[in-house]
Design a protein around this ligand. Structure first.
Ligand code: SF4
Length: 366
């Protein structure tokens, strides 16, 4: 069988393939080259090499529900179509009884994981979230809870007047299992100032993740693309994730998210990404982030067909069934907000891979 570099047709990518084949981390300049190429079949070969070494023929998915407990948010970021002011039409806050009802229904349907994120609602104190987690665990003790972005954790800790570490410890004691990677957006201060001016800085996001990792929590990391960012911003974002991962090993999955601009205050560069854009971003992420185990594609952001194709461009995690997703659908995503387990398995099997049901800790394989 030919060695990886010998299968690459674009001579500019061959030295990158050689590094990957030899287990040498690729450079920031290499990442720029990967983001600029039209040779997507080469991207597929290189990213699949990394993916195969880490995961063989497995593709992970979860049977999960989404709980977006409130859309009332103090920040009202221009990038966000989901949030509302208190009292505004469409504003909501789920009562604890309603949360229990939804979790009971999902638990009875066999859900393994609850994914919880919401707006920064000034009415809610830390004890509300501790109580929420305990109620959920009481309904199904084995359920895995992935909850609260670094932006939410910072807000809870400020409202409560406790440290980030103490806030995380209290939530972990109440049942928090892992943190999602939201709120990272793009670290570039220039872009952040426009798309989310009141949100914590990229540096602060990374600090909170460092604290979470040292408290023993595993987390994901996201990157929002297709708005005002440049390739240099993307490479900077990836580099900072990779550097922190060298230090903590706390990131489980990296999740690139294509921006949907409908109903937001940002005119997206383009109404939607192209297939080539998505492939370049996912493949470059897989190749550059050699130290992050999983690359996750949220099919409801990308469309299930594009997400399926990305399984051959570095993606090993197809995300979950996510019943009840509200955030990306508020911004115009046209995918169904719930895919059955059979639907996800079919897409994975049809790509020639082996579906593996799991949760955000990638531990409880079934
Ligand atoms: S993106 Fe998050 S922090 Fe910003 S307005 Fe929306 S819910 Fe609030």
């Amino acid at each position: 069988m030919k060695k990886l570099p010998d299968t690459i047709s674009d001579s500019a990518l061959r030295p990158i393939a050689k590094k990957v084949y030899e287990g040498i981390p690729v450079s920031a300049a290499d990442a720029r080259r990967l983001l600029a190429t039209n040779s997507i079949l080469d991207l597929g070969r290189i990213s699949s090499h990394v993916r195969r070494k880490l995961h063989g023929g497995a593709a992970y998915y979860g049977v999960s529900m989404n709980l977006n407990f409130t859309n009332i948010c103090a920040l009202r970021c221009p990038l966000c179509a989901f949030s509302r002011d208190a009292g505004q039409e469409g504003a909501y806050l789920l009562a604890p009884g309603e949360i229990e009802r939804r979790v009971k229904t999902a638990a009875a349907a066999g859900v393994d994981e609850v994914h919880i994120v919401g707006g920064l609602n000034p009415e809610l104190k830390l004890c509300y979230f501790e109580d929420m987690l305990r109620r959920i665990k009481k309904i199904k003790p084995g359920i895995f809870i992935t909850a609260f972005t670094a932006v939410e954790i910072e807000y809870f800790s400020r409202s409560e007047g406790t440290s980030v570490e103490e806030t995380l410890k209290r939530l972990m004691a109440a049942g928090l299992g892992a943190m999602p990677g939201g709120g990272a957006e793009i670290f570039s201060p220039r872009v952040r100032k426009v798309i989310a001016p009141l949100k914590i800085s990229g540096n602060r996001w990374l600090e909170i993740m460092r604290t979470a990792h040292s408290a023993g929590l595993k987390t994901n990391a996201t990157m929002l693309y297709n708005h005002l960012e440049t390739d240099a911003d993307i490479v900077d974002h990836l580099s900072r994730i990779r550097d922190l991962q060298e230090e903590t090993r706390g990131f489980k999955a990296f999740v690139p998210l294509p921006f949907h601009g409908e109903n937001t205050g940002i005119a997206a560069r383009r109404a939607s990404t192209t297939g080539y854009d998505d492939i370049r971003i996912y493949a470059a992420s897989r190749i550059f982030l050699h130290n992050v185990p999983h690359i996750k594609a949220l099919w409801m952001y990308l469309g299930e067909k594009m997400a399926q194709v990305l399984l051959r461009f570095g993606v090993d995690d197809f995300s979950g069934t996510y019943s009840g997703e509200k955030v990306v659908h508020a911004a115009g995503a046209s995918t169904a907000d719930h895919g059955s387990e059979a639907f996800l398995r079919r897409l994975i099997l049809n790509a020639g891979l082996k579906p593996v049901r799991t949760t955000a800790d990638y531990g409880a394989f079934k």
